[in-house]
Ligand binder design. Structure first.
Ligand code: PEP
Length: 249
């Protein structure tokens, strides 16, 4: 089954109204392939979601960077999946390594979040990835499989899930995985899905790479058969994000 190339832009906790205007203008003016070829989803901080959604070219979608693990209520500071649906936000990023590391989100908690977000009709970019220490000790696949298993145990339908493989050592460090390193983990993850979920889910689920992707290194990564797109942090705030979208073709 053909997997449509997917490019996500994670703006993280960045931006002022002026900067957001500039980024949206760049995105709206960029020459990119048709939405039949590439799916583009940008993820501003919550406070900018409505304005970005309303000003962005219609073929680009938006994602929240997180949402609460269950129905909203007395959870000060949280934003619920229901609120995102109410605002017409179609996607949410869950399990980003910054949240796992800085806010203590466990594999199980991320699995619960993915299940709840899907149950409310959101589409999910679910992040997995190993630390440098884990890579150096040879446990990359074990770590990534455990993170994916915690999601697989909680969901049945993978059609609205994109997996983002983001090695922690590559995020925001300028130290991108080589195309071979990315391909090796993506292929193993796909194999894991084949053996533990189903061959159909393994074939159809997009596995995108994240970690210091730039306009300069995206083409080589995109050429790998199991790299179905990117989750881009720093470079998604810059005009080169358009070049990254164009690596789909
Ligand atoms: C990310 O935060 O998801 C990410 C991949 O960041 P960067 O591209 O800056 O490494």
């Amino acid at each position: 089954m053909g997997r449509k190339f997917f490019v996500g832009g994670n703006w993280k906790c960045n931006g002022t109204t002026d900067q957001v205007d500039k980024i949206v203008k760049t995105l709206n003016e960029g020459q990119v392939p048709s939405p039949d070829v590439v799916e583009v989803v940008v993820s501003p901080p919550y406070v900018f979601l409505p304005v970005v959604k309303s000003q962005l070219r219609p073929e680009f979608q938006v994602a929240a960077q997180n949402c609460w693990v269950k129905k909203g209520g007395a959870f000060t500071g949280e934003v619920s999946a229901e609120m995102l649906v109410n605002l017409g936000v179609p996607w949410v990023i869950l399990g980003h390594s910054e949240r796992r590391a800085l806010l203590g989100e466990s594999n199980e908690f991320v699995g619960d979040k993915v299940a709840y977000a899907l149950s409310q009709g959101l589409k999910v970019i679910a992040c997995v990835g190993e630390t440098l220490e884990q890579r150096e000790s040879g446990s990359t696949m074990e770590v990534v499989a455990a993170q994916t298993k915690a999601i697989a145990e909680k969901i049945n339908d993978w059609s609205n899930v994109v997996i983002a493989y983001e090695p922690v050592w590559a995020i925001g460090t300028g130290k991108v995985a080589t195309p071979d390193q990315a391909q090796e983990v993506h292929a193993s993850l796909r194999d894991w899905l084949k053996n533990n979920v189903s061959p159909e889910v393994a074939d159809s689920t997009r596995i995108i790479y994240g970690g210091s992707v730039t306009g300069a290194n995206c083409k080589e990564l995109a050429a790998k058969p199991d790299v179905d797109g990117f989750l881009v942090g720093g470079a998604s705030l810059k005009p080169e994000f358009i070049d990254i979208i164009n690596s789909a073709t």
